[in-house]
Design a protein around this ligand. Structure first.
Ligand code: F6R
Length: 643
């Protein structure tokens, strides 16, 4: 039940309560280092089941899910078919759900999804595939649902059901309020579910309001259930589902009474579970430096005391007597923690020249550092570390900004049209290219793909906005690099996987500049995954380059900010900002006009980025202050990545 870092591990079900660390947990779960590794293990379990059934000449009945969670499981099943001869000849599938109404060939249909992501790549018989039909006439819908339910029973019942989980706690499309015995039926989608789907449908108004879904009762009849959850966005609902009471308000909690369910999680999705978040409350701990900091910061919040006021009783009453026994007195522990936090604070993110760096987060030398700030989209630099960016430039470092993707998909058609019309007015009225852009924008239907020329104008809008901001912060244009990583250039919300050409672009830039500092976005709650791909590309490039001598002098700092922030126990460098600096940063963010008002990819938080980020930097400052450190207006936070 520890984090699993390799493939030699089965996820077979164990009774809840069998392990001490599951004291708070009511559903068996396993936590993997990454969703890639976990997905392979799940695919292996499915493949094992298919083969076992084959050996007995039996059919294997699989319940399948759509969405982002199962994609890598399907990729591995396809690989097993193509490279290792796994046959799906004996497999019968039933999909969980489909939007209603929804045509089969609509790219947003689950029908399309399943064919693209699995069925067209394997040898399953067409007649063995069942996906609820989103075009069934309203008057036949109830009977259709009964028939779907009956078809599962007639096939022999589900041997294995794969699930994802929505942030509402839905499984299938069983939204809050669903009954534990519900069968296949039509339902109304919850607002949060529709908001989560809005980006793929290019706006919430295009997301269907209804769906057909297998019921909770249907799902629970499966002999084996595996639920997948990846990423921090799922962490809260995973904790509620695994540790909370069974409730129709969180339909996934009904799985607590299924006797063969495993939740397969990555580290991020498990991060709110009690045994991960506050392991000292669950069992005795190995007190690493990181865990000590985490526990002490937590204890301060719990007891509402600054670090230096914690006493032996606070530690003993809160599961931390083991730490006290190891370290001696609360007094000594407190001082160490206070100093550690104090030493993370610096107004000199590039190091303070002519000062001792013994207790500072960055080296004093070289006094003038070469710095690359990688920004996944063309605004994350100022949103997430605008204050630090400003200080680095002002303190004389050679700062380079590298915008990893063009960000073109996030510019609305109206915005692009406005620019194209201005361009046409001041150019020659007969400029054919601009006229074509305008025509294409005016006549465009809601489709998934932006034409190249539209992508170009949208990308250029973002470039010019970025240059507005970097010039405002005093950076020469030749230190601004637009990398336009190819994985992003699909013209759709769905991006390609990271490729070697993407990594090469990053490593070429690093090798050319030979930076002393790299800043990268470690903001992995970004809802559509671009930040993660961009970070993976940087990590891969660093891996390639790390044997080069210049890399010995290169420190990598991870920032967050647009979506969430590092917690005080994680922070290794905290850069305070004055009120003036907060305003300057706000103005830099304002240059990204196309991302203001009704921006398409906000995630669940509908406030504009500058508002969210000011709240976050203020929160970090308040948290430091509550721990007993000096009171600042705002702080940007960084964690070092060691390679
Ligand atoms: C999909 C389905 C849903 C999804 C859930 C999570 O067939 O039934 O319950 O599993 O909405 O979606 P992702 O995986 O995209 O986070």
């Amino acid at each position: 039940m520890q984090n699993q870092d390799n493939n030699n591990f089965s996820i077979s079900h164990k009774e809840p309560g069998q392990f001490e660390e599951t004291r708070f947990e009511k559903i068996h779960n396993t936590i993997f280092k990454s969703s890639e590794i976990a997905s392979k293990i799940v695919a292996q379990e499915i493949a094992g089941l298919i083969k076992e059934k084959q050996s007995k000449n039996e059919n294997c009945i699989l319940g399948l899910a759509t969405g982002s969670s199962p994609i890598k499981v399907y990729e591995e099943l396809i690989r097993l078919h193509q490279e290792e001869g796994l046959s799906f000849g004996n497999v019968i599938t039933f999909n969980l759900d489909e939007y209603y109404p929804m045509e089969k060939d609509n790219v947003e249909s689950y029908h399309y999804f399943m064919h693209e992501n699995l069925f067209k790549h394997i040898d399953i018989k067409a007649e063995n595939v069942h996906i609820p039909n989103g075009m069934i006439a309203q008057e036949n819908l109830d009977q259709y649902c009964l028939d779907y339910e009956a078809a599962i029973l007639n096939a022999g019942g589900l041997d294995f059901q794969l699930l994802g989980i929505g942030r509402t706690g839905h499984i299938g499309f069983n939204e809050p309020g669903s009954h534990s015995n519900s069968g296949t039926r039509s339902i109304t989608l919850n607002h949060i579910t529709r908001a989560d789907a809005a980006q793929s449908f290019l706006g919430i108004n295009n997301v269907p309001r209804r769906a057909i879904t297998m019921g909770i009762g249907t799902i629970k009849k499966a002999k084996r259930i595996v639920l997948l959850a990846w990423g921090e966005n799922k962490a809260d609902i995973i904790r509620e589902t695994i540790e909370g009471d069974v409730s129709s308000q969180v339909p996934a909690t009904y799985l607590q009474s299924h006797n063969n369910t495993t939740f397969v999680l990555d580290k991020e999705a498990s991060s709110e579970l009690t045994r991960i978040k506050t392991p000292w409350l669950v069992s005795s701990c190995i007190w690493t430096e990181e865990l000590k900091s985490k526990a002490i910061v937590w204890l301060c919040a719990k007891s509402k005391k600054p670090v230096l006021k914690l006493n032996d009783k606070d530690y003993n009453d809160n599961g931390m007597s083991g730490l006290l026994a190891e370290e001696g007195l609360a007094y000594d522990l407190n001082i160490k923690m206070f100093n550690k936090l104090q030493h993370t604070i610096t107004g000199w993110p590039g190091g303070k020249p002519n000062a001792s760096d013994e207790n500072r987060p960055e080296r004093a030398l070289p006094a003038r550092k070469k710095v690359i700030i990688f920004s996944p989209h063309p605004d994350d630099d100022v949103i997430s570390m605008g204050g630090t960016f400003d200080r680095l430039v002002e303190q004389g470092h050679e700062v380079h900004i590298a915008y990893q993707t063009s960000g073109n998909i996030a510019v609305s058609d109206e915005e692009a049209l406005r620019y194209a019309e201005v361009a046409l007015d001041i150019a020659d009225d007969n400029n054919e290219t601009i006229k074509n852009v305008i025509l294409s924008l005016q006549t465009r239907k809601i489709s998934k793909t932006d034409e190249i020329i539209i992508r170009k104008i949208k990308g250029q809008i973002r470039r010019k906005e970025s240059l507005g901001a970097t010039r405002y912060l005093g950076l020469p244009d030749n230190q601004v690099h637009f990398l336009d990583m190819p994985f992003y250039e699909t013209g759709t919300v769905k991006k390609n996987n990271l490729g070697s050409e993407d990594i090469e672009i990053i490593s070429t830039l690093i090798a050319k500049i030979k930076p002393h500092q790299i800043y990268a976005a470690g903001d992995l709650a970004d809802p559509h995954g671009t930040h993660k791909v961009c970070l993976d590309a940087i990590f891969a490039a660093i891996e390639e380059l790390k044997s080069k001598p210049f890399m010995n002098d290169c420190w990598v700092w991870l920032y967050r900010g647009a979506w969430h922030e590092w917690e005080p126990h994680e922070i290794e460098m905290a850069v305070p900002m004055s009120e003036d600096q907060v305003l300057k940063k706000r103005k830099a963010i304002f240059y990204h006009q196309s991302q203001k008002d009704n921006v398409m990819f906000q995630g669940e938080d509908s406030r504009e980025f500058w508002v969210r980020v000011e709240e976050r930097t203020e929160n970090t400052a308040d948290k430091y202050n509550a721990l007993g450190l000096a009171e600042y207006t705002a702080m940007e936070a960084f964690k070092r990545y060691y390679f």
